[in-house]
Design a protein around this ligand. Structure first.
Ligand SMILES: NC(=O)c1ccc[n+]([C@@H]2O[C@H](COP(=O)([O-])OP(=O)(O)OC[C@H]3O[C@@H](n4cnc5c(N)ncnc54)[C@H](O)[C@@H]3O)[C@@H](O)[C@H]2O)c1
Length: 254
């Protein structure tokens, strides 16, 4: 089950964290993986890890917020069976602590970056007779979180884009879903703690772990396993859905 033999999968932001884990699992299941990444060195490290494990992967230096770059990379790849829109950045702040520049920066990567990849991928998928898309949303798309104004805006957009694409491309055999993780232990989280809670790193790590009723953060591999299922043929009846992977955050936190 969950084989991806012969499939071409594009994973954005797979130089780190969740994206890297998804690229590794997809390659292990037989997919030929293409990584679109802002930091080419990080992407090459993922490629090397995949090749060491016997898989196939290629990295493409690409800023997903630039439509021309994205278009060129997808054209060069030529065939895309699976797209995982994973690249994303964060911002901490309430409405009043979010500048116009902060909002634009989050929008450019998290919303427009996903749009650019969706646009490039659906064209190819339509020509090929189908495909699967998975968007990385967040619990921030579904519940009110303190100081996540811009980030929540972007992840809410991701959930809404998922529904729109799932609906419009039903006739083209393209499935589109999203996943909504709570806190996952990645460099994204370590960087966020280091930047915002200097000197209180261990205490903050513990506090953030406990915000999940299950008592810890998710591992990137756990999100990758859900991504694999949703992008596999076994999930052929699933489209237009969001899957929280949140240690009980949304439903068990009262
Ligand atoms: N870590 C969490 O707790 C968590 C929870 C919910 C959702 N998410 C989402 O999961 C996704 C991955 O998060 P992560 O924790 O693995 O982050 P990460 O920072 O470890 O990795 C993100 C990757 O995206 C790349 N990237 C950033 N901007 C880019 C751009 N413009 N073009 C191409 N690549 C770009 C980065 O270089 C990096 O390699 C993000 O969309 C994030 O919002 C993370």
């Amino acid at each position: 089950m969950f084989e991806l033999n012969g499939k071409v999968a594009v994973v954005t932001g797979a130089g780190s964290g969740i994206g890297r884990a998804i690229a590794q699992v997809f390659a292990r299941q037989g997919a030929q993986v293409h990584i679109l990444e802002l930091h080419p060195d990080a992407a090459l490290e993922t490629v090397a890890q995949i090749e060491d494990a016997g898989g196939t992967a290629q990295s493409h230096a690409c800023d997903v917020s630039h439509q021309e770059q994205v278009k060129e990379v997808f054209q060069a790849i030529g065939k895309v069976d699976i797209l995982v829109n994973n690249a994303g950045i964060a911002h901490v702040g309430s409405l009043e602590n979010t500048s116009e520049q902060d909002l634009d920066r989050i929008y450019q990567v998290n919303v427009k970056g996903a749009y650019n990849c969706l646009l490039a991928a659906v064209g190819l998928m339509k020509e090929q007779g189908g495909g699967v898309i998975l968007n990385m949303a967040s619990i921030a798309a579904h519940v009110g979180l303190v100081d996540r104004f811009a980030y929540s805006m972007s992840k809410g957009a991701m959930a809404a884009m998922t529904l729109s694409v799932a609906k419009d491309y039903l006739p083209f055999n393209i499935r589109c879903n999203s996943v909504s993780p709570a806190r996952v232990h990645t460099p994204f989280v370590d960087g966020f703690i280091a930047k915002n809670y200097q000197g209180q790193e261990a205490e903050m790590f513990e506090k953030l772990s406990k915000t999940q009723p299950i008592g810890r953060m998710a591992k990137p591999e756990e999100v990758a396993a859900l991504a694999l299922y949703l992008c596999s043929e076994e999930a052929g009846f699933i489209t237009g859905c969001d899957y929280p992977i949140d240690g009980g955050f949304i439903k068990l936190n009262s």
